[in-house]
Design a protein around this ligand. Structure first.
Ligand SMILES: Nc1ncnc2c1ncn2[C@@H]1O[C@H](COP(=O)(O)OP(=O)(O)O)[C@@H](O)[C@H]1O
Ligand SMILES: [Mg+2]
Length: 257
């Protein structure tokens, strides 16, 4: 995989400018995530999260682990405001996103990129169109969208595949397209919900190397995973959920205690 790295990717200047643009009341830096005594009960009575306190620092790389149904995806959906907590508060980049007005949600989703296990690419759009779509819907000019799309394509090493359709790509290339799309708005946080769940081991490692690179460039990274091999090899922060509760939170953790 080749890395033609854009100089401004999450660079200090960009980050500082954006930080200066935050309201003065905002606590903490870009990329900071705080869950303050968060519980989530779904209307059918399922208690998906219970009294979760969590702080993820700007620039951190952390894994969310735990059995199926432990609450990993629910945390992710709270962070992009696809769900609201039943009680508690959630802060992203110092902003209370529970109290946030509905009209501010698109702006939040530009600051928090997400990728999923099943890629969620638009099948009738090319790689480049899948990526630039995220910019054009936010009213950027064609020229700016095209520049930023090329930057994201080069970051994930897919410039040569820009005009292919998703069904002409390998699973790893599809996930790299999804990562480029998630990064094209230069988010301060990238969240991945089991991003290697559909990939073979070699391709999984390529994706992880890419996510590590993105993190090195300054993006806070949160990854839900069942991939014990990767978690154990990386020795990063591990947040272990069990039935909606954080049962383990280790700085250089392993997949299992
Ligand atoms: N929309 C929903 N309505 C009802 N229950 C839900 C909903 N979404 C998730 N759940 C339940 O909440 C719990 C946590 O789910 P989830 O966060 O998806 O777990 P994980 O991602 O760790 O597998 C599970 O018991 C799941 O069935
Ligand atoms: Mg899940």
């Amino acid at each position: 995989m080749s890395w033609a790295l854009p100089a401004a990717y999450g660079s200090g200047k960009d980050t500082n400018e954006r930080r200066a643009a935050l309201p003065r009341c905002a606590q903490g830096g870009l990329g900071l995530i705080t869950l303050d005594d968060v519980s989530k009960r779904f209307p059918n009575g399922t208690e998906a999260l219970r009294d979760v306190d969590l702080e993820i620092a700007s620039g951190d790389f952390c894994f969310l682990v735990g059995s199926s149904g432990a609450g990993k995806s629910t945390i992710i959906r709270l962070l992009i405001r696809e769900e609201l907590p039943t009680t508690g508060r959630v802060f992203v980049d110092g902003q209370d996103i529970v109290a946030m007005r509905h009209g501010q949600i698109p702006q939040l989703r530009r600051r928090v990129g997400v990728v999923f296990q099943d890629f969620k690419l638009l099948p009738r759009k090319t790689v480049a169109e899948n990526i630039s779509f995220a910019l054009l819907v936010t009213g950027r000019s064609e020229e700016e969208a095209s520049e930023e799309t090329e930057r994201a394509l080069s970051l994930v090493g897919l410039s040569q595949r820009r005009d292919h359709f998703p069904d002409q790509l390998s699973g790893g290339e599809q996930q790299r397209t999804a990562i480029a799309r998630a990064l094209v708005n230069r988010p301060s946080i990238l969240i991945a919900d089991e991003p290697t769940g559909n990939l073979d081991p070699v391709t999984s490692w390529e994706i992880i190397k890419l996510l590590l690179r993105v993190n090195e460039l300054g993006t806070t990274m949160v990854m839900a995973t069942h991939n014990a091999e990767i978690v154990n090899a990386l020795r990063r922060r591990v947040i272990h959920l069990d039935h909606g509760t954080v049962v383990r939170d280790e700085r250089e953790g392993l997949y299992a205690a």
